[in-house]
Design a protein around this ligand. Sequence first.
Ligand code: UDP
Length: 456
Amino acid sequence: MEKKIIAKRVHCLVLAYPLQGHINPILQFSKLLQHQGVRITMVTTRFFYKNLQNVPSSIALETISDGFDKDGPTGASSHKAYIDRSCQVGSETFVHLLHKLSASGDHVDCVIYDSFFHWALDVAKRFGIIGAVFLTQNMAVNSIYYHVHLGNLQVPLTQQEFSLPALPKLQLEDMPSFLLTYVEDPCLLDFFVDQFSNIDKADWVLCNTFYELDNEIASWIKKIWPKFRTIGPNIPSMFLDKQYIDDQDYGVAQFNYEECIEWLDDKPKGSVVYVSFGSLATLGEEQMEELAYGLRESSSYFLWVVRASEQIKLPNFFEKKSEKGLIVTWCCQLKVLAHQAIGCFVTHCGWNSTLESLCLGVPIIAIPHWSDQSTNAKLMVDVWKVGIRAVVDEKKIVRREALKHCIKEIMASEKGKVMKSNAIQWKTLAIRAVGEGGSSHENIIEFINELLHLQI
Ligand code: UDP
């Protein structure tokens, strides 16, 4: 992107939702805009603010409140309590922020907001500011929720199989989990569907994916939202096109980098299974035990991220560091996935982890838990063909034998080689999409150019 467009006057306010999987991509997108000369003010909640590190000093930071400044979302008594309060307090404090900026003569040209903060569009419109929604989830999942919003997909679901425009046939178990748990917990589905309540009024709809990966659904959705654009994958440049040497990580607290890399350094190429279930998923003790013994008994090395709050569930006396395996509480996932020793990724298929494995050419073993993860797993296995889904038993547990079978298949079979080679092809396409003239790059330039044009 050496042809920097002169967008010094454009000022975007970027409203980030306080979850790791949401902050990471929107911060990356902000950095890309900033590299093109756009001025960025990033806004997050007071609670999440302290987790932000390594945000370039050229990006200004501001906060709003979600009503839970001390404890964040865990401070709320229920999902509903958090959603209701954050919506009310969030929009009030966002209004204060816009007044403050306006009073100091700091003009805002565009509010780029996480779709979970859909109310930000109404606030932006009240101030006469352009609103660009940023979708952090996969397009298939977004389109499923949009169909629920339109009433095309009725919940509770009564069918086994679903044919939706521009998507592969989906079975019940491929659908986002909140559609399946609607009867017990309607609030979560409502929250996800509400992202689309005002999307038709958004001036831009930006999604963290790339056209080549999601071309059918992207072309279909563009007919409905003409300003829909793919602008991803939003991962640091040093793991993609290597345009910006200062863009090495997500800017969110990272730990254990050196320990992991030192341990990986003396392992043979493609010999290590990397295991992580992201920043939120919690596993039962029985599942942890099966994974632990499955990994220990497999013929591969393993590097396993078990968050501090989950470590108590590891089997008694299970070694955290041995010749065979290393367990850490967190790592720099991108640096790990980029390491030559990694052979495959056992993942919950969160959308960021999914994109990261595609961008770094690492095949996967899918163990989805909830939310969008089953749909992502379906695409990874059946459409993008870069992995296999681990079989679960009647208690929905992946047994050690099933895990060992998957590891053998990915690491040491002809099928595994094909998946690896498919993953490498996606990596090539992802790098092309963000590079000069690539699909996402062109969309970003168009977005900035229109904002510039509006100022003249
Ligand atoms: N991640 C990380 N270190 C870890 C585990 C995860 O840096 O040890 C990052 C990962 O690279 C990804 C994010 O955390 O960017 C997790 O997002 P994802 O959408 O995959 O899952 P979520 O946490 O939202 O369930």
